[in-house]
Design a binder for this molecule. Structure first.
Ligand code: CP
Ligand code: NVA
Length: 301
Protein backbone atom coordinates (compact mmCIF):
# COMPACT_ATOMS: atom_id res chain seq x y z
CA UNK A 1 0.00 0.00 0.00
CA UNK A 2 1.38 3.40 -0.88
CA UNK A 3 -1.20 6.14 -0.71
CA UNK A 4 -1.21 9.77 0.33
CA UNK A 5 -3.39 10.22 3.40
CA UNK A 6 -4.16 13.52 5.09
CA UNK A 7 -5.49 13.94 8.64
CA UNK A 8 -7.84 16.92 8.65
CA UNK A 9 -10.49 15.34 10.88
CA UNK A 10 -10.56 12.11 12.84
CA UNK A 11 -13.18 10.55 10.54
CA UNK A 12 -10.65 10.74 7.70
CA UNK A 13 -9.70 7.40 9.32
CA UNK A 14 -11.92 4.34 9.33
CA UNK A 15 -12.76 2.96 12.80
CA UNK A 16 -10.24 0.17 12.20
CA UNK A 17 -7.54 2.65 11.21
CA UNK A 18 -8.27 4.74 14.30
CA UNK A 19 -7.85 1.66 16.50
CA UNK A 20 -4.54 0.95 14.75
CA UNK A 21 -3.29 4.52 15.29
CA UNK A 22 -4.09 4.17 19.01
CA UNK A 23 -2.21 0.85 19.07
CA UNK A 24 0.86 2.46 17.48
CA UNK A 25 0.97 5.34 20.01
CA UNK A 26 2.90 3.27 22.52
CA UNK A 27 4.42 0.67 20.19
CA UNK A 28 8.16 0.55 19.74
CA UNK A 29 9.57 0.63 16.25
CA UNK A 30 12.25 2.04 13.99
CA UNK A 31 12.89 5.71 13.24
CA UNK A 32 10.61 6.64 10.40
CA UNK A 33 11.75 10.11 9.39
CA UNK A 34 15.35 9.12 8.66
CA UNK A 35 16.68 12.62 9.31
CA UNK A 36 14.10 14.25 7.08
CA UNK A 37 12.33 17.44 8.12
CA UNK A 38 8.74 18.07 9.13
CA UNK A 39 6.99 21.48 8.84
CA UNK A 40 4.64 22.83 11.52
CA UNK A 41 2.77 26.08 10.82
CA UNK A 42 0.93 28.08 13.50
CA UNK A 43 -1.54 30.93 12.99
CA UNK A 44 -2.45 30.77 16.70
CA UNK A 45 -0.54 30.27 19.98
CA UNK A 46 0.29 26.77 21.17
CA UNK A 47 2.04 25.03 24.05
CA UNK A 48 1.04 21.37 23.86
CA UNK A 49 0.55 20.98 20.13
CA UNK A 50 3.85 22.55 19.12
CA UNK A 51 5.93 20.83 21.79
CA UNK A 52 4.32 17.42 21.32
CA UNK A 53 4.69 17.67 17.53
CA UNK A 54 8.34 18.60 17.75
CA UNK A 55 9.10 16.01 20.45
CA UNK A 56 7.34 13.24 18.48
CA UNK A 57 9.26 14.19 15.33
CA UNK A 58 12.63 14.06 17.06
CA UNK A 59 11.79 10.76 18.79
CA UNK A 60 11.04 9.31 15.35
CA UNK A 61 14.33 10.50 13.85
CA UNK A 62 13.19 13.72 12.15
CA UNK A 63 13.84 17.40 12.52
CA UNK A 64 10.94 19.85 13.02
CA UNK A 65 10.78 23.20 11.24
CA UNK A 66 8.18 25.30 13.03
CA UNK A 67 7.06 28.68 11.72
CA UNK A 68 4.29 31.13 12.48
CA UNK A 69 1.99 33.36 10.46
CA UNK A 70 3.98 36.37 11.67
CA UNK A 71 6.94 34.99 9.66
CA UNK A 72 5.11 33.67 6.58
CA UNK A 73 1.40 34.26 6.43
CA UNK A 74 0.04 31.53 4.17
CA UNK A 75 -2.52 32.94 1.77
CA UNK A 76 -1.35 36.49 2.32
CA UNK A 77 2.39 36.65 1.52
CA UNK A 78 1.78 34.05 -1.18
CA UNK A 79 -1.02 31.71 -2.22
CA UNK A 80 -1.64 28.60 -0.12
CA UNK A 81 -1.37 26.37 -3.19
CA UNK A 82 2.16 27.60 -3.92
CA UNK A 83 3.16 27.13 -0.27
CA UNK A 84 1.84 23.56 -0.21
CA UNK A 85 3.64 22.67 -3.44
CA UNK A 86 6.93 24.22 -2.33
CA UNK A 87 6.91 22.76 1.21
CA UNK A 88 6.02 19.31 -0.20
CA UNK A 89 9.44 19.33 -1.85
CA UNK A 90 11.29 19.90 1.43
CA UNK A 91 9.39 18.10 4.14
CA UNK A 92 8.01 14.63 4.90
CA UNK A 93 4.80 16.06 6.36
CA UNK A 94 3.11 19.44 6.95
CA UNK A 95 1.11 20.20 10.10
CA UNK A 96 -0.90 23.42 10.34
CA UNK A 97 -2.91 25.24 13.03
CA UNK A 98 -5.23 27.63 11.23
CA UNK A 99 -8.18 29.94 11.81
CA UNK A 100 -10.10 28.76 8.76
CA UNK A 101 -10.41 25.03 8.11
CA UNK A 102 -10.76 25.80 4.38
CA UNK A 103 -7.03 26.60 4.32
CA UNK A 104 -6.28 22.99 5.31
CA UNK A 105 -8.49 21.74 2.48
CA UNK A 106 -6.62 24.02 0.10
CA UNK A 107 -3.20 22.80 1.26
CA UNK A 108 -4.34 19.16 1.04
CA UNK A 109 -5.70 19.63 -2.48
CA UNK A 110 -2.18 19.98 -3.93
CA UNK A 111 0.30 18.78 -1.28
CA UNK A 112 2.22 15.63 -2.16
CA UNK A 113 2.93 14.92 1.53
CA UNK A 114 0.39 14.44 4.37
CA UNK A 115 -1.34 17.56 5.73
CA UNK A 116 -2.16 17.28 9.45
CA UNK A 117 -4.73 19.47 11.23
CA UNK A 118 -3.10 20.92 14.33
CA UNK A 119 -6.42 22.70 15.20
CA UNK A 120 -8.80 24.67 13.06
CA UNK A 121 -12.08 26.43 13.70
CA UNK A 122 -13.84 23.12 13.00
CA UNK A 123 -11.73 20.39 14.53
CA UNK A 124 -8.79 19.31 16.69
CA UNK A 125 -8.27 15.68 15.67
CA UNK A 126 -4.76 15.32 17.16
CA UNK A 127 -6.29 16.31 20.51
CA UNK A 128 -9.01 13.69 20.07
CA UNK A 129 -6.38 10.99 19.47
CA UNK A 130 -4.74 11.88 22.80
CA UNK A 131 -8.12 11.97 24.54
CA UNK A 132 -9.09 8.55 23.22
CA UNK A 133 -5.66 7.15 24.11
CA UNK A 134 -5.96 8.50 27.66
CA UNK A 135 -9.40 6.94 28.13
CA UNK A 136 -8.29 3.64 26.59
CA UNK A 137 -5.35 3.51 28.99
CA UNK A 138 -7.71 4.24 31.88
CA UNK A 139 -10.21 1.49 31.10
CA UNK A 140 -8.42 -0.96 28.81
CA UNK A 141 -10.92 -0.42 25.99
CA UNK A 142 -13.30 2.27 24.76
CA UNK A 143 -16.26 0.35 23.40
CA UNK A 144 -19.32 0.52 25.62
CA UNK A 145 -17.99 3.45 27.67
CA UNK A 146 -19.73 6.85 27.73
CA UNK A 147 -18.21 10.24 27.24
CA UNK A 148 -19.89 13.48 28.35
CA UNK A 149 -19.00 16.90 26.94
CA UNK A 150 -19.97 20.03 28.87
CA UNK A 151 -19.86 23.37 27.05
CA UNK A 152 -19.55 24.58 23.48
CA UNK A 153 -19.75 21.98 20.71
CA UNK A 154 -16.49 23.45 19.41
CA UNK A 155 -13.47 22.15 17.50
CA UNK A 156 -12.31 19.94 20.39
CA UNK A 157 -15.82 18.62 21.05
CA UNK A 158 -16.49 17.82 17.39
CA UNK A 159 -13.33 15.74 16.95
CA UNK A 160 -13.73 14.01 20.30
CA UNK A 161 -17.37 13.10 19.65
CA UNK A 162 -16.54 11.76 16.18
CA UNK A 163 -13.67 9.69 17.59
CA UNK A 164 -15.87 8.42 20.41
CA UNK A 165 -18.59 7.44 17.93
CA UNK A 166 -16.02 5.58 15.82
CA UNK A 167 -14.83 3.76 18.95
CA UNK A 168 -18.28 2.48 20.00
CA UNK A 169 -18.74 4.93 22.85
CA UNK A 170 -21.95 6.56 24.04
CA UNK A 171 -22.03 10.36 23.69
CA UNK A 172 -23.78 12.81 25.99
CA UNK A 173 -23.52 16.52 25.16
CA UNK A 174 -24.41 19.23 27.68
CA UNK A 175 -24.43 22.49 25.73
CA UNK A 176 -26.10 25.87 26.32
CA UNK A 177 -28.91 26.61 23.88
CA UNK A 178 -27.43 27.82 20.60
CA UNK A 179 -24.01 26.26 21.28
CA UNK A 180 -24.80 22.61 20.62
CA UNK A 181 -24.29 20.44 17.54
CA UNK A 182 -26.34 21.27 14.44
CA UNK A 183 -28.15 18.72 12.29
CA UNK A 184 -25.11 18.23 10.06
CA UNK A 185 -22.97 17.50 13.13
CA UNK A 186 -25.49 14.94 14.39
CA UNK A 187 -25.68 13.30 10.96
CA UNK A 188 -21.91 13.10 10.82
CA UNK A 189 -21.86 11.46 14.26
CA UNK A 190 -24.39 8.87 13.09
CA UNK A 191 -22.33 8.16 9.97
CA UNK A 192 -19.27 7.76 12.20
CA UNK A 193 -21.13 5.05 14.11
CA UNK A 194 -22.87 6.82 17.01
CA UNK A 195 -25.84 4.74 18.13
CA UNK A 196 -27.30 7.20 20.56
CA UNK A 197 -26.36 10.84 21.13
CA UNK A 198 -27.96 12.61 24.10
CA UNK A 199 -28.06 16.41 23.84
CA UNK A 200 -29.18 18.36 26.91
CA UNK A 201 -28.97 21.96 28.06
CA UNK A 202 -28.52 20.72 31.64
CA UNK A 203 -24.95 19.72 32.62
CA UNK A 204 -26.19 17.54 35.50
CA UNK A 205 -28.26 15.51 33.05
CA UNK A 206 -25.47 15.28 30.48
CA UNK A 207 -23.01 13.71 32.94
CA UNK A 208 -25.41 11.00 34.16
CA UNK A 209 -23.77 7.62 33.68
CA UNK A 210 -20.66 9.14 32.06
CA UNK A 211 -17.31 7.41 32.40
CA UNK A 212 -15.46 10.62 31.44
CA UNK A 213 -16.51 14.26 31.68
CA UNK A 214 -14.75 16.62 29.23
CA UNK A 215 -14.87 20.37 28.92
CA UNK A 216 -12.99 23.24 27.23
CA UNK A 217 -12.77 27.03 27.41
CA UNK A 218 -15.98 28.95 26.73
CA UNK A 219 -14.37 31.24 24.13
CA UNK A 220 -11.86 29.65 21.78
CA UNK A 221 -8.92 31.37 20.10
CA UNK A 222 -10.42 33.73 17.52
CA UNK A 223 -13.66 34.19 19.51
CA UNK A 224 -12.31 36.86 21.87
CA UNK A 225 -14.96 39.41 20.84
CA UNK A 226 -17.68 36.93 21.83
CA UNK A 227 -16.18 36.30 25.28
CA UNK A 228 -18.61 38.46 27.27
CA UNK A 229 -21.72 37.03 25.58
CA UNK A 230 -20.37 33.52 25.97
CA UNK A 231 -19.68 34.00 29.69
CA UNK A 232 -23.32 34.92 30.11
CA UNK A 233 -24.60 32.03 28.00
CA UNK A 234 -22.36 29.48 29.77
CA UNK A 235 -23.34 30.44 33.31
CA UNK A 236 -24.15 27.23 35.17
CA UNK A 237 -21.95 25.17 32.85
CA UNK A 238 -18.88 25.12 35.08
CA UNK A 239 -17.74 21.56 35.77
CA UNK A 240 -17.54 21.78 39.54
CA UNK A 241 -17.87 19.29 42.39
CA UNK A 242 -21.65 19.37 42.08
CA UNK A 243 -21.62 18.51 38.37
CA UNK A 244 -19.01 15.78 38.92
CA UNK A 245 -21.21 14.56 41.78
CA UNK A 246 -23.99 13.88 39.26
CA UNK A 247 -21.64 11.55 37.34
CA UNK A 248 -20.62 8.14 38.69
CA UNK A 249 -17.93 8.25 41.43
CA UNK A 250 -15.58 6.45 39.06
CA UNK A 251 -15.87 9.12 36.31
CA UNK A 252 -12.68 10.87 35.26
CA UNK A 253 -12.39 14.55 34.36
CA UNK A 254 -10.60 15.62 31.18
CA UNK A 255 -9.65 18.99 29.65
CA UNK A 256 -7.57 19.65 26.54
CA UNK A 257 -5.96 22.68 28.25
CA UNK A 258 -5.34 25.56 28.61
CA UNK A 259 -7.91 25.63 31.45
CA UNK A 260 -9.53 28.65 33.05
CA UNK A 261 -10.13 27.66 36.66
CA UNK A 262 -13.23 29.39 37.99
CA UNK A 263 -14.82 29.54 34.53
CA UNK A 264 -15.45 26.26 32.67
CA UNK A 265 -13.94 24.20 35.51
CA UNK A 266 -13.48 24.70 39.24
CA UNK A 267 -9.96 24.41 40.64
CA UNK A 268 -11.20 21.59 42.87
CA UNK A 269 -12.12 19.47 39.83
CA UNK A 270 -9.19 20.48 37.58
CA UNK A 271 -6.68 19.64 40.30
CA UNK A 272 -8.70 16.93 42.04
CA UNK A 273 -8.33 13.16 42.21
CA UNK A 274 -10.64 12.52 39.25
CA UNK A 275 -8.68 14.81 36.90
CA UNK A 276 -6.54 13.22 34.18
CA UNK A 277 -5.71 16.42 32.30
CA UNK A 278 -1.93 16.40 32.77
CA UNK A 279 -1.55 12.79 31.60
CA UNK A 280 -3.92 13.69 28.74
CA UNK A 281 -1.56 16.54 27.77
CA UNK A 282 1.45 14.19 27.92
CA UNK A 283 -0.40 11.82 25.61
CA UNK A 284 -0.43 14.50 22.92
CA UNK A 285 3.11 13.39 22.04
CA UNK A 286 2.27 9.67 22.01
CA UNK A 287 -0.79 10.40 19.88
CA UNK A 288 1.42 12.04 17.25
CA UNK A 289 3.89 9.19 17.43
CA UNK A 290 0.99 6.82 16.69
CA UNK A 291 -0.31 8.99 13.86
CA UNK A 292 3.13 9.39 12.24
CA UNK A 293 3.85 5.65 12.59
CA UNK A 294 0.50 4.86 10.98
CA UNK A 295 1.16 7.26 8.08
CA UNK A 296 4.45 5.43 7.60
CA UNK A 297 2.71 2.04 7.78
CA UNK A 298 0.26 2.98 4.99
CA UNK A 299 3.05 4.37 2.82
CA UNK A 300 2.28 8.08 3.19
CA UNK A 301 5.65 8.80 4.81
N1 CP B 1 -4.67 21.46 23.78
C1 CP B 1 -3.94 22.20 22.93
O1 CP B 1 -4.04 22.10 21.70
O2 CP B 1 -3.05 23.02 23.54
P1 CP B 1 -2.19 24.15 22.81
O3 CP B 1 -3.16 25.17 22.28
O4 CP B 1 -1.30 24.70 23.88
O5 CP B 1 -1.42 23.52 21.69
N1 NVA C 1 -11.22 25.27 21.75
C1 NVA C 1 -9.91 25.81 22.07
C2 NVA C 1 -8.93 24.69 22.18
C3 NVA C 1 -7.54 25.11 22.50
C4 NVA C 1 -6.60 23.96 22.54
C5 NVA C 1 -9.49 26.81 21.02
O1 NVA C 1 -9.74 26.58 19.82
O2 NVA C 1 -8.95 27.86 21.38
Amino acid sequence: MNELRHFLEIDDLSPGELARVLELCTATGPSIFERSTVAFYFEKPSLRTRHSAEAATVRLGGHPVTFSASEVSIGSREPALDVAKVLSGFHALIGARVFDHALLDELASVATVPIINLLSDLGHPCQALADLLTMQQEWGSLSGRTVAWIGDYNNVARSLALGAAMSGMGIRLGCPTGYGPDDADLDRLRIAGAADVVVSDRPHVAVEGADAVHTDVWASMGQETEAAARHQAFEGFQVDDEVMGAAPDTAIFMHCLPAHRGEEVSASVADGAQSRMIGQAHNRMFAKIGLFRWLHEVGSL
